[in-house]
Design a protein around this ligand. Structure first.
Ligand code: SAM
Length: 212
């Protein structure tokens, strides 16, 4: 089966099961080529609903997880979004398509090899800036953000990230130190946290000053 057919089957599955719901997000999943973000040897696996190894023991998350997190984030055209954990760059590419040319994605990666990998993969995404550094502190230089998405798990939510969120902004983060973490959706309402638990997930650790 050719990749385009596998891609269609995966996206149809995500839509049928109400995991992908929003028109703009579905369009982004259709446009972005996941096969360009996985390692060449996994190209034929790009549309299997599983996480895949990238460099330095890290992973590109499972399509279902990326769909759940992207929908929960409620990204809108023109927004400024911060991602912690650029990894392969795929999640940033999806968000780039959703926010469009008037929006901006800042994505931070702590591992140099992956920072370079993501930067190369995202070179044609003009509204994405890839940053090398410790994202557990957020990105003060460009704060506040409309949305913040964390793609690695911290033992507890780094408060600096919540501080860098705009009023009515949404932050999505897996939190917990065991083998599994809870995915939290946090909205800032009158400066306070309104928290929702989206269930249990497995993520690589967030390593840094406010991580592990
Ligand atoms: N969003 C990525 C994608 O679409 O491929 C998947 C990211 S992977 C599950 C998590 C990433 O977070 C890893 O690349 C890891 O190196 C990175 N990471 C862990 N701690 C970090 C930190 N403090 N700051 C920035 N990146 C971090």
């Amino acid at each position: 089966m050719i990749l385009e057919e596998k891609k269609k089957i995966l996206i149809d599955y995500l839509v049928r099961n109400n995991i992908l719901k929003t028109k703009k997000i579905i369009k982004a999943f259709k446009t972005v080529q996941r096969e360009k973000f996985v390692l060449p040897k996994y190209k034929t696996h790009a549309y299997i609903d599983e996480p895949l190894p990238i460099l330095d023991g890290q992973t590109i998350s499972q399509p279902t997880t990326i769909a759940i997190m992207t929908e929960a984030l409620e990204p809108k055209t023109g927004q400024k979004i911060l991602e912690i954990g650029a990894g392969s760059g795929y999640q940033a590419a999806i968000l780039s398509k959703v926010v469009g040319a008037r929006g901006k994605i800042y994505t931070i990666e702590r591992l140099e090899k992956l920072y370079k990998y993501a930067k190369r993969k995202l070179r044609n995404y003009k509204n994405v800036k890839v940053i090398h550094g410790d994202g557990s502190k957020g990105y003060e230089e460009r704060a506040p953000f409309d949305r913040i998405i964390v793609t690695a798990a911290a033992p507890k939510l780094p408060e600096k990230l919540f501080d860098q969120l705009k009023e009515n902004g949404v932050l999505i983060a897996p939190v917990g130190s065991g083998m599994q973490q809870r995915m939290l959706k946090i909205r800032k309402i009158r400066g306070k946290k309104k928290e929702e638990d989206l269930g249990s997930f497995v993520f690589v650790p967030l390593v840094g000053e406010f991580g592990h």
